[in-house]
Design a protein around this ligand. Structure first.
Ligand SMILES: [Zn+2]
Ligand SMILES: [Zn+2]
Length: 235
């Protein structure tokens, strides 16, 4: 028995039921996202982006663990609270479990793990970057190398959704930069960790920056926790 269990008996972070930090009943509330191509959102084995869908700045493989809905949006709001055992600890454990049970774990073999960076201003406001913690945990658990220096972010340009598509793209291109090049020669692929995936524009801006600065066509993949319904209709 863990010493913490004596002072803080385990209970479900979500429903407070005694026993586990995430009970089986609450686990079922997370709706699994099927392996799909993140661009056309049709089924694709191993979460591979279809060659026919791909453009220059597209990611190669994108794993999304669960569907984004009212349940998961509540979870996300909660994951910043600090306690003995936080929602974020529960989430990262469950995310690692989902990854380990999926075909994506073979794609991640020997991959260099990083996360979507936040600017120093936002980091100062929040005190921590949640996705950085997730990325480190995933790397630790899967025995992969983590790098927090691969890519930097200057500033977040506020409510992207309120801007038109072109302006949004332009802003995103200006957001990321490489401070000091790291050696990518020996790397097999790069995996970027993010929490909620929408269009993928932020991740693609990172791909752009890496491909351009390093002049490389290394596979760049992503692990995201949640993604909502398609934002456009699928024929
Ligand atoms: Zn529960
Ligand atoms: Zn596709």
């Amino acid at each position: 028995m863990d010493i913490l269990d004596v002072f803080f008996p385990k209970s479900c972070t979500i429903c407070k039921r005694k026993g586990e930090y995430l009970c089986d009943k609450c686990k079922k509330l997370f709706k699994r996202n099927l392996p799909e191509c993140y661009l056309c959102r049709r089924i694709s084995s191993n979460y591979k982006t279809h060659d026919t869908c791909k453009k220059g700045n597209s990611l190669n493989y994108v794993f999304v663990a669960w569907k984004y809905d009212s349940f998961s949006s509540n979870i996300i709001k909660k994951y910043k609270y600090k306690s003995v055992y936080t929602v974020s600890d529960v989430l990262v454990e469950f995310l690692i479990e989902s990854l380990s049970n999926s075909s994506f774990k073979d794609i991640m073999k020997d991959s260099l793990i990083t996360n979507v960076p936040i600017s120093s201003v936002r980091l100062h406001d929040r005190g921590f970057n949640q996705t950085e913690e997730f990325a480190k945990e995933i790397a630790k658990f899967l025995n992969l190398r983590y790098s927090g220096d691969l890519i930097m972010r200057k500033v977040e340009f506020g409510h992207q959704s309120l801007r038109d598509k072109e302006e949004r793209k332009e802003n995103l291109e200006k957001e990321f930069y490489i401070k000091k090049k790291i050696d990518l020669e020996k790397e097999k692929s790069i995996t970027i960790v993010d929490d909620v995936l929408t269009t993928g524009a932020t991740l693609e801006a990172i791909v752009d920056t890496i491909r351009e600065s390093y002049n490389t066509d290394i596979d760049i993949n992503a692990i995201c926790m949640f993604r909502g319904r398609p934002y456009y209709s699928i024929n």
